[in-house]
Ligand binder design. Sequence first.
Ligand SMILES: Cc1cc2nc3c(=O)[nH]c(=O)nc-3n(C[C@H](O)[C@H](O)[C@H](O)COP(=O)(O)OP(=O)(O)OC[C@H]3O[C@@H](n4cnc5c(N)ncnc54)[C@H](O)[C@@H]3O)c2cc1C
Length: 462
Amino acid sequence: MSNDALVTRLREELGTAAVLTDADVTDSYARDMMPLAPVGKPLAVVLPVDVEGVQATVRACAEAGVPIVPRGAGSGLSGAANAIDGCVVLVLTKLDQIVEIDAGNRLAVVQPGVVNLDFRNAVEKHGLFYPPDPSSYDWCTIGGNLSTNAGGLCCVKYGVTTDSVLGLEVVLADGSLLKTGRRTVKGVAGYDLARLFVGSEGTLGVITQATVALKPLPQAPSTLVAGFSSTEAAGEAVARVVREGLVPSLLEIMDATSIKAAETYLKTDLGAGSDCQALLLAQSDSGGEVARRELAALEQICVDCGASLAYATDDIAEGNMLLQARRVVLTALEMYGVWLTDDVCVPRTRIAELIAGCQRVSEKVDLRIAVVGHAGDGNMHPTIVYSPDSEDEFARAQQAFDEILEIGLSLGGTVTGEHGIGKIKREWLAKEIGPVGLKVHRQIKQALDPGNLFNPGSMFSL
Ligand SMILES: Cc1cc2nc3c(=O)[nH]c(=O)nc-3n(C[C@H](O)[C@H](O)[C@H](O)COP(=O)(O)OP(=O)(O)OC[C@H]3O[C@@H](n4cnc5c(N)ncnc54)[C@H](O)[C@@H]3O)c2cc1C
């Protein structure tokens, strides 16, 4: 089937409005938020409104031998949703229904195009809570979250996306619809196929529906901020929180560069003092006396580890203000240039070593690197700032990006805690999982997608 014939067939089956080929329009669907990743020119962008439309697209593309790159909101930070030349970008944002909220069984059935925040707000009306909360939650989609196994700020207590998944519906490479998983709390029938698709970055199939477990709505959070004159002291506090079995609902870290950027941007003083090298922000969502006890225990650990500032509040507005300092860091860094954010996860006892390593890299490449991270998970986002007008700075930013990954691996960590491999960390995946791991990945890909239809070249090549 020629490309023209494929476009004609897609228009016949899905309707003209669902198939876009104007290059000005298709280009706007061609890339995500990662500046390092390669981008191709799509043949077409297809926006089905239902599962049948997805199946029709997959069947037609399989017949034509045209690759498919599934796409949610394009907020990814690995190039995983980036087009390759001549592909169909399959955008799932119009499958945007919350099919069911079953409060009695504390679960919901949701289509992939629903925006994370809209879903969270909808279940909240039933007194329920959907934990996965990537910082991009006001525009990223549930489908993208599932396909990247997204994390976020509250993972330290509630886990990542996969921990909420009960079942999935997935359109496979032959257009058939796999319904896998369960609606029950337990269930061990067969391989856990749902979790195989979670985090598979659109390389194995197209997720068209998910059944997810919900939690009771937590209490309004109480917040603690603690400032340290060394990152080692802050790192020791995190390690002690883990060792002593405390489970805050959020535990974030900001290094000196991030603190300064946030303070300048917000025109505020976080009260940490001029010698502050690291801030920890912690929350408890247990409510009332339990939250007070949890925060007191966290505060004591911080003080024991030498915190020069330790301040707890159960005032929600004040807590939000403190958390805003963490949330604005990326935006604040735009005062100095454009940013390139890395994503490494290290054992929680080694956070300070990672931050020290980033400082060394920053000096070496002569670029600003700010480290913020989900300290409770060891998932750090060293963010490199460079001038958009300087090729030389871009090259040095790339060098820093790679050197940080090397440091992460050398500390016993992983090259991605939540953003994924995509089109920028393929060699790093190979390095991390080794030849046997890579062979198993390829075997799974070949079993499920023998024509290499879905997102070819992303994650690894065959
Ligand atoms: C400012 C900012 C902050 C961020 N913070 C976080 C964070 O805290 N935690 C975190 O984990 N991530 C974070 N991210 C990264 C990003 O938002 C997440 O990876 C998110 O899950 C991507 O969702 P999306 O809808 O934008 O997916 P896209 O970027 O469109 O796609 C991501 C991947 O999913 C695949 N895909 C999408 N939908 C489907 C589907 N229905 N079926 C099969 N494959 C599909 C795509 O092919 C691609 O491989 C952040 C990004 C930004 C820009």
